[in-house]
Design a protein around this ligand. Structure first.
Ligand code: G6P
Length: 368
C-alpha cells in the first residue's frame, strides 16, 4: 500500500516518530529561513489589525491544538480569542461580528460538526480560515483561506503528527498576527522564528526519552486513573495527554489546569494516583511546583515532564522525571507533545489494546 508501517509495530508509533520531519516540512512552508521571518504561503484576505476577536473551532485533539493557539495569538497578537468545540459552537449561535475571523482546525477536513460550524460562520459574514491536513477535503474547499498542515496521511485513529503540525501553523499565525498588529517588532519576529526553526531538532531529542517512557508505561498500566496537570500552554497539553491515554489504553484520565487542583481533583489524590505534571521551566513553573508539593504531600506519584533547569529546581520528590531539552522559546507544546504521546502509546501496548483502531472511535467523524 501507499502508506505502510515501515519497521514500526503500529501506525501510531511511526507517526509519532515522523514528527520532526513533518513538522519541519510544515515549518518550511510558513517560514522564510533566510530572513527568519514568517512567510504565509497565501495572501490573507483580511488584516489582523481589523480583527477584533477570533473564534477558533475544532473537535478532539484539533481543539486542544486550538487551545494552545489561543494562548499564542493572545500573547503575541494581543488579540482576544474564543475557543469552542464545534458541537457547542454550532448550536449555541454564537454572536459573531461581520469582518472578524473564525479559524477551523481539522486533520481530515471532514468532521461533521466542524463543517457545520464553518457553514454557520460563513453565513454570519466572518472571514473563515481553515487549518487542515487534507487539502482536497470539504472544509478546505468551503473555507475562504486554507493553511495546510504537511503531516502527510495520518492512519492511526488517535491524532499525533497532525496535532504538532497544527501547532506549527498556529504558531506562524500568532506571530503573523503580532507583527501585523504592531505588537511584535522585527527583532521579536526574528527571535520567535529562530525558536520555531529549533523545534524539529528538539522534537527529535524528545524522542530519545522513549526507553524511559516504555518503562514508566508498565507502571501506569497498573492504574485505573491518571491525572494530568499543566499551566499556561501546558494546560491544553494536559488535556491532550489525558485524551490520548483514555482513547487508546482505556485507562481513565483527566487533564486539569494545575491551579484548579485545589478546586476538585486534589480529592482524588492518594498514594495510588499517578499525576503527570507537564512543566517546562517557563514563567509559571514556580506556581506548578507548588501544586506538585500539594500532590506530594498527599502521597501522589508524580511523573514530572520538565527540562534540566526545571528538574534541578523542582523541590519535590517525583517517581519519575522525564527531562526534555532546554528551550528558550514559548513553543514548548510541540516538544512536550512527544513524551505525552509516547506515554499513551506504550501504556496501550502494555494493555494489549488495538492501538491504531481503538474501540468505539473513528478516524473521522462525519456524522453528528
Ligand atoms: C476523531 C479522531 C480524533 C480527532 C477528531 C477530530 O475523534 O479520533 O483523533 O482529533 O476526530 O478530527 P479532525 O479530522 O477534524 O481533526
Amino acid at each position: 500500500s501507499l502508506v505502510d508501517k515501515a519497521n514500526y509495530r503500529h501506525f501510531m508509533a511511526k507517526e509519532i516518530h515522523e514528527q520532526p520531519e513533518v513538522v519541519g516540512h510544515t515549518l518550511a512552508r510558513y517560514v522564510d529561513m533566510a530572513t527568519e521571518r514568517i512567510a504565509l504561503p497565501v495572501k490573507l484576505p483580511f488584516d489582523f489589525k481589523d480583527i477584533q476577536r477570533i473564534s477558533i473551532v475544532a473537535c478532539g485533539t484539533a481543539s486542544y491544538a486550538g487551545y494552545v493557539g489561543k494562548y499564542w495569538i493572545e500573547r503575541f497578537g494581543r488579540l482576544p480569542v474564543e475557543l469552542d468545540v464545534a458541537s457547542e459552537f454550532r448550536y449555541r449561535e454564537a454572536p459573531l461580528r461581520k469582518g472578524d475571523l473564525a479559524i477551523f482546525i481539522s486533520q481530515s477536513g471532514e468532521t461533521a460538526d466542524t463543517l457545520a460550524a464553518l457553514r454557520y460562520a460563513k453565513a454570519e459574514g466572518v472571514h473563515t480560515l481553515s487549518v487542515v491536513n487534507v487539502a482536497t477535503s470539504t472544509i478546505a474547499r468551503e473555507s475562504e483561506t486554507v493553511l495546510q498542515t504537511l503531516a502527510g496521511p495520518e492512519i492511526g485513529v488517535a491524532s499525533t503528527k497532525a496535532f504538532t503540525c497544527q501547532l506549527m501553523v498556529l504558531a506562524a499565525i500568532a506571530v503573523a498576527a503580532g507583527k501585523a498588529r504592531g505588537e511584535l517588532s522585527d527583532a521579536d519576529e526574528n527571535r520567535l522564528v529562530k525558536g520555531l526553526v529549533e523545534i524539529p531538532r528538539l522534537m527529535a531529542a524528545a524522542l530519545s526519552t522513549e526507553p524511559q517512557i516504555e518503562k514508566l508505561a508498565r507502571e501506569i498500566a497498573k492504574h485505573k486513573d491518571v491525572v494530568y496537570l499543566g499551566r499556561g500552554t501546558s494546560y491544553p497539553l494536559a488535556l491532550e495527554g489525558a485524551l490520548k491515554l483514555k482513547e487508546i489504553s482505556y485507562i481513565h484520565a483527566e487533564g486539569y489546569a494545575a491551579g484548579e487542583l485545589k478546586h476538585g481533583p486534589i480529592a482524588l489524590i492518594d498514594e495510588n494516583m499517578p499525576v503527570v505534571v507537564i512543566a517546562p521551566h517557563d514563567k509559571v513553573f514556580e506556581k506548578t511546583v507548588s501544586n506538585m508539593q500539594e500532590v506530594a504531600a498527599r502521597g501522589g506519584n508524580i511523573i514530572l515532564m520538565t527540562d534540566a533547569r526545571g528538574a534541578a529546581e523542582a523541590t519535590v520528590d517525583s517517581l519519575v522525571t522525564i527531562v526534555l531539552p532546554d528551550m528558550a522559546s514559548a513553543f514548548t507544546p510541540m516538544v512536550y507533545a512527544v513524551p505525552v504521546q509516547l506515554l499513551a502509546y506504550h501504556t496501550a501496548v502494555v494493555m494489549g489494546t488495538d492501538v491504531d483502531q481503538p474501540r468505539n472511535l473513528a478516524k473521522s467523524v462525519t456524522v453528528e
